[in-house]
Design a binder for this molecule. Structure first.
Ligand SMILES: *[C@@H]1O[C@H](CO)[C@@H](O)[C@H](O)[C@H]1NC(C)=O
Ligand SMILES: *[C@@H]1O[C@H](CO)[C@@H](O)[C@H](O)[C@H]1NC(C)=O
Ligand SMILES: *[C@@H]1O[C@H](CO)[C@@H](O)[C@H](O)[C@H]1NC(C)=O
Ligand SMILES: *[C@@H]1O[C@H](CO)[C@@H](O)[C@H](O)[C@H]1NC(C)=O
Ligand SMILES: *[C@@H]1O[C@H](CO)[C@@H](O)[C@H](O)[C@H]1NC(C)=O
Ligand SMILES: *[C@@H]1O[C@H](CO)[C@@H](O)[C@H](O)[C@H]1NC(C)=O
Ligand SMILES: *[C@@H]1O[C@H](CO)[C@@H](O)[C@H](O)[C@H]1NC(C)=O
Length: 539
């Protein structure tokens, strides 16, 4: 190769085959990272050659880098120690790449049969990707209002950018989301930002063919709301019991958290905070009619102020201290009158109900209610009017009640003496006196008109004697009504055996009935059995 100067050789090559098919080098360009090594490979396998030349064109001038021939490897001094050329396959290795190594590399081969081949490949020495970072045009944003511009910048060559939200690729829609890429930056513009847009975190990745680097996670607070401003409970009874543990709570979706204020019939109340207690409402005045209560949620960043739906109610005092006033004097059936009246110490009474012994009390010939139901007049009192009277006072928030026990004294009306009319001598005998009365009557007994010392309702004779024959009179006395009634009974004492007259009339009647029943049953059974005989087939 010595006889050829390099330029002469190139001229020669071009004369016989400049621009021939690139079947000796792969397709370019080849990318490599700054300060690393690169091997420019060939598609040759053990070619029979006289010489291989590698030259470099940086766009200004062409330099012969390395030559391999029978004389061995010859390098341009500037490449000494940094370049090798494999004699077997023509691979050119460049070490410690600098940006000046970027350019066009040309291989020329002079084959032993006299043919020549030439081919080129572009080498791009890329700066490493570094310093990938996202910056925002604003420190915090307001939902729907703000246009957020995020700029991702990076160092490196031939950069491409992608944006991800978490692990999801952010795709520009050309309307709300737009992306604009430049050599070293990418700009993501989000118009009318939404709270969900930037929760991410957001990443930007800058990459070239060889390397990529992801930015640190980026978050931007997007302020929003208040939305869904609601009061709980959303509805209440029409009346709330005064002084009860009742309150309304207002809530909203908001970032930063909303502040709350309260309104009564559209008028601002001096209450701040999410809770409006009944105590606070009552402090501002009584709510006797149904009124509307609303809250408003205010967001200091979005400057939005949103009202809640209204909750309406009135406040009512509970009924308490219910008492029945009734007669205090002794009451006597047929003579006395009772006025029962029911009053409450506090509260608004809407309905009054009267019960007697747990059952509703109703008007009758001797019982009338006052027009407002607050009192009952019973005139004249009867013995059946005795009992437990209850009055129930109600309004929408509670029911209170009181009871009154009314005693009605009566009787005794009649005195009845029960017992045998005849008894055998030496047999025991008991006479019982009964008289309906309240309070219970006191009893005294007379025999043949003479007072005895028996003072109970029973007159007991353990062994009857003949002298016990006579008239027994029971005297029943009610100390309250002052009434006394008497009842008489005749008893005769007979000799032993005088009353053993076989079966009594009752026993005889019982036997006759039993016989008749048995006879009827027998007849019934016979008729039943007859009917049960199967009907004979006509065939
Ligand atoms: C040159 O390439 C051949 C074939 O690929 C290989 O076997 C040989 O080791 C290489 N020589 C050097 C010095 O790297
Ligand atoms: C970004 O926000 C998410 C969700 O609010 C949170 O989990 C994450 O820690 C934040 N990251 C940074 C870097 O602030
Ligand atoms: C009021 O009610 C709430 C919730 O039912 C309860 O947590 C609170 O202790 C009550 N306060 C009083 C004073 O009863
Ligand atoms: C957001 O936009 C609305 C309507 O355009 C405006 O009334 C409101 O003041 C804006 N909020 C902020 C925080 O700029
Ligand atoms: C019953 O009423 C009459 C007349 O009003 C009266 O004379 C009598 O003393 C009364 N009896 C009682 C027990 O109060
Ligand atoms: C019954 O008593 C009440 C309360 O003392 C009174 O207001 C009312 O007038 C009385 N009714 C009659 C008929 O006396
Ligand atoms: C009581 O009266 C009856 C009849 O009137 C009479 O038979 C009887 O002997 C009297 N008994 C006494 C102890 O007086």
């Amino acid at each position: 190769m010595d006889p050829f100067s390099f330029k002469t050789f190139l001229l020669f090559v071009c004369l016989i085959g400049c621009g021939s098919a690139q079947d000796i080098l792969p397709e370019g360009p080849v990318d490599a990272v700054l300060s690393r090594d690169i091997v420019l490979t060939t598609l040759l396998t053990k070619p029979d050659y006289t010489a291989i030349f590698w030259s470099f064109n940086d766009g200004i001038e062409v330099t012969n880098v390395a030559t391999m021939s029978a004389a061995g490897l010859k390098l341009k001094p500037a490449y000494e120690g940094r370049v090798t050329l494999n004699a077997t396959n023509g691979f050119l290795t460049l070490k410690s790449l600098t940006s000046k190594d970027s350019g066009e590399y040309t291989i020329n081969i002079l084959f032993t049969d006299g043919n020549t081949r030439t081919a080129e490949i572009e080498l791009r020495v890329l700066k490493p990707v570094s310093g990938v970072i996202i910056k925002s045009n604003m420190p915090e944003a307001v939902e729907h209002n703000s246009t957020v511009i995020l700029t991702c910048s990076a160092q490196g060559s031939f950069l491409n950018f992608i944006w991800t939200n978490g692990s999801t690729l952010i795709v520009a829609d050309g309307k709300r989301l737009t992306v604009k890429d430049e050599e070293m930056t990418s700009t993501l513009t989000i118009a009318g930002v939404l709270r969900s847009d930037l929760i991410g975190p957001i990443f930007c990745t800058a990459a070239n063919n060889l390397e990529k680097e992801k930015s640190p996670a980026f978050n931007l607070t997007v302020h929003y709301g208040p939305d869904n401003v609601i009061i709980s409970p959303a509805s209440t009874p029409q009346f709330i019991r005064a002084g009860s543990n009742f309150s309304l709570a207002c809530s909203a979706l908001s970032s930063p958290p909303a502040t709350f204020s309260w309104f009564q019939n559209q008028k601002a109340m001096e209450v701040l905070g999410p809770v409006l207690s009944l105590g606070a409402i009552e402090k501002l005045g009584s709510v006797t009619k149904v009124e509307d209560f609303t809250c408003r949620a205010q967001n200091a960043k979005t400057l939005r102020n949103v009202p809640s739906p209204a909750v309406s109610f009135a406040v009512m005092d509970a009924i308490s201290g219910t008492k029945i006033t009734g007669p205090t004097v002794t009451l006597i059936a047929g003579n006395s009158t009772a006025n029962l009246s029911c009053q409450a110490m506090a509260g608004t009474v809407k309905t009054t109900t009267w019960l007697k012994d747990g059952k509703p009390l109703s008007t009758s010939s001797h019982l009338v209610f006052a027009a407002n139901m607050r009192s009952v007049i019973i005139n004249p009192l009867q013995k059946g009017d005795r009992g437990q009277y209850t009055c129930q006072l109600s309004n929408p928030v509670n029911t209170d009640q009181a009871s009154f026990k009314m005693e009605v004294n009566f009787g005794p009306e009649t005195a009845m003496v029960e017992g045998k009319e005849a008894v055998e001598v030496n047999e025991p005998i008991t006479l019982t006196c009964s008289a309906e009365s309240y309070p219970t009557a006191n009893f005294t007994w007379k025999f043949n008109g003479t007072v005895t010392d028996v003072k109970t309702d029973k007159y007991i004779i353990m062994e009857a004697k003949y002298k016990n024959t006579g008239t027994y009179t029971c005297e029943a006395h009610n100390t309250v009504t002052g009434k006394t009634v008497t009842g008489s009974h005749k008893l005769s004492v007979k000799e032993e055996g005088a009353l053993d007259e076989g079966l009594s009339d009752g026993a005889i009647a019982g036997i006759i009935i039993a016989v008749l029943v048995a006879l009827a049953a027998a007849i019934g059974l016979i008729i039943y059995c007859r009917q049960k005989v199967p009907v004979e087939s006509p065939y």
